[in-house]
Design a protein around this ligand. Structure first.
Ligand code: NAX
Ligand code: K
Length: 496
């Protein structure tokens, strides 16, 4: 589960009320040292430890003593505090000072690139948006030097400079860790926005805090256990009618490929029948995928058994507006993407129709710019707090929402939120969103559960990209159409 800084502070306070002072810091230091030992592998290695002024620095000092006792050469670079240390921080400091194997570096010492590991204990969750002050030039220089080193960087709790709630960088520079050991519970900011780039591989150390201290969380990372209905094998006694119909609507002149990609994605994700519907210039058929039925969009039959994916390359003509209105007024489950989202952002009447629908029959799949248009704000505001933006969209449009981007966020209109951990930068190219829309449509058509369809589609879209990259296909130059066969493979693997 994912917890906010506010919730973590409460958990920490409640747990500490029944523990000896310093217990949690000692547990954090021990867990950090264990994570470091796994990265060091061989004995007698040189380790640089960055120690900040707060309790994050205290954790680092606890780890320093463990690692020195394990026979490693420990070099501590300590940023002194302007305010008094906490009692547990002071205890950790005294203990480290008494440890004769630890080397204390002068704060202006030049840093050589000869360490086997850097441990980042500069700032943790204490560095909230309230502490917007810039990092000093001296510390900035040290962080730049560490980021350029060839060894791994292990961040304690969060990479220093990253907001653990939003996944944005809140200082002028941040630690780019290869690994993060995060304490008490996982945090959303490590997985969305800049989170994945700065936190690297995330491990959670719960510090043995009893479960009773954790409030119910409505946020977590995406995983197959969250979409059990989709991961069910298909019945032997089924036919194309049992697996639903998907109609993709879009394809203004010059954008027909968007409909083809979404429709092929629906086909490869198991829709019983797939109709590629064009607002203009309908092709006779798709020569590469003749299973698709190509028809003028005006002929789409809206009914509860036809899942409609509307928007890919739709344009903003009067005909497009009419189609979006008809779709919103219909009983068809809807996946609303691309130009259909832009039309809805421009036309309050369409927004009102969206709000009038059954909220679990509508899925919006905006990228950050489309989300900004829907909420009437800038992309910067969306990206500064992607989680709040996704939740707001789900609430304001009474729909399930997938806010795309690094760490896509799937938001439920009732407030639940899931962050998708799969996928990579290979997905940052044209057409991948059309593919996602098609997969959502097909999974909804087969299983009639919009929330689980959104979770599963986002997850599979990401694992397909990860699998292709592992084969050397991307991330650079990965084409949206290459995802199709791999998504099919990932989906079928899930059923086994
Ligand atoms: N309180 C506890 O019981 C526990 C705390 N833990 C650790 O404590 C961390 C939180 O500790 P804190 O609340 O002390 O905060 P942090 O250690 O995260 O950092 C806040 C400190 O940084 C200073 N600061 C903020 N912005 C700065 C800037 N731009 N330049 C220089 N200094 C700046 C603040 O004045 C403050 O001293 C967690 O992330 C975790 O690592 C863990 O030990 C687990 C238990
Ligand atoms: K840190």
């Amino acid at each position: 589960m994912l917890y906010t800084i506010k919730q973590l502070r409460q958990i920490e306070q409640s747990a500490l009320s029944s523990l000896e002072p310093g217990t949690l810091m000692r547990a954090a230091g021990k867990a950090a040292a264990q994570a470091a030992l796994q990265l060091l592998k061989t004995p007698n290695q040189a380790v640089l430890i960055l120690v900040g002024p707060g309790n994050n620095g205290g954790d680092a000092l606890e780890a320093a003593v463990h690692l020195a006792n394990a026979g490693h050469q420990i070099f501590v670079l300590h940023s002194p505090s302007k305010t008094a240390r906490s009692p547990s921080g002071q205890q950790a400091f005294n203990q480290a000072q008494a440890c004769t194997q630890i080397n204390w570096l002068a704060s202006d010492a030049p840093l050589q690139d000869n360490y086997a590991l850097v441990i980042d204990g500069l700032f943790g969750i204490g560095l909230t948006q309230l502490a917007q002050q810039k990092i000093s030039p001296a510390l900035q220089k040290q962080i730049t030097q560490c980021n350029a080193m060839s060894c791994p960087i292990l961040a304690l709790d969060v990479p220093s400079g990253l907001d653990a709630d939003t996944g944005t960088i809140i200082t002028n520079i941040a630690i780019q860790a290869s690994h993060t050991i995060t304490f008490i519970a996982d945090k959303a900011g490590l997985h969305t926005g800049d989170g994945q780039d700065y936190a690297g591989l995330v491990e959670v150390a719960d510090l043995d805090i009893a479960l009773e201290y954790f409030p119910v969380s409505v946020s977590e990372l995406n995983k197959p256990a969250l979409f059990p209905d989709i991961a069910k094998p298909r019945r032997h006694n089924s036919h194309k009618g049992s697996n639903g119909t998907v109609a993709v609507i879009g394809g203004a002149v010059g954008m027909q490929g968007a409909v083809i990609l979404a429709a092929r994605a629906a086909l490869y994700s198991g829709a019983g029948r797939t109709v590629a519907s064009f607002v203009e210039a309908t092709p006779n058929f798709d020569a590469q995928q003749p299973e698709l039925m190509c028809r003028p969009a005006q002929q789409v039959q809206f009914n509860p058994d036809t899942v409609v994916v509307i928007g890919p390359g739709l344009g903003n003509s009067i005909a497009s507006f009419d189609l979006v209105s008809r779709a919103l007024l219909s009983t068809s489950p809807l996946i609303i993407d691309a130009d259909a989202l832009n039309l809805m952002a421009q036309q309050p009447a369409l927004h009102a129709l969206c709000n009038g629908r059954d909220k679990l029959s509508t899925l919006l799949t905006p990228h950050p710019l489309e989300a900004a248009r829907l909420l009437g704000c800038s992309v910067e505001i969306i990206q500064a707090d992607r989680i709040s933006a996704a939740k707001k969209l789900a609430r304001q449009y009474s729909s399930v929402v997938i806010l795309k981007g690094s760490g896509s966020i799937i938001a439920h209109p009732d407030g639940n939120m899931v962050i998708n951990p799969t996928g990579n930068a290979g997905l940052a190219s044209g057409g991948t969103g059309d593919v996602l829309g098609g997969v959502c449509g097909a999974l909804m058509a087969q299983h009639k559960n919009m929330w689980q369809a959104a979770l599963a589609a986002t997850y599979l879209h990401g694992t397909a990209a990860d699998s292709l990259v592992a084969l050397g296909i991307g991330p650079i130059g990965l084409c949206a159409s290459e995802l199709l066969v791999e998504i099919r493979k990932q989906l079928n693997t899930l059923l086994k």
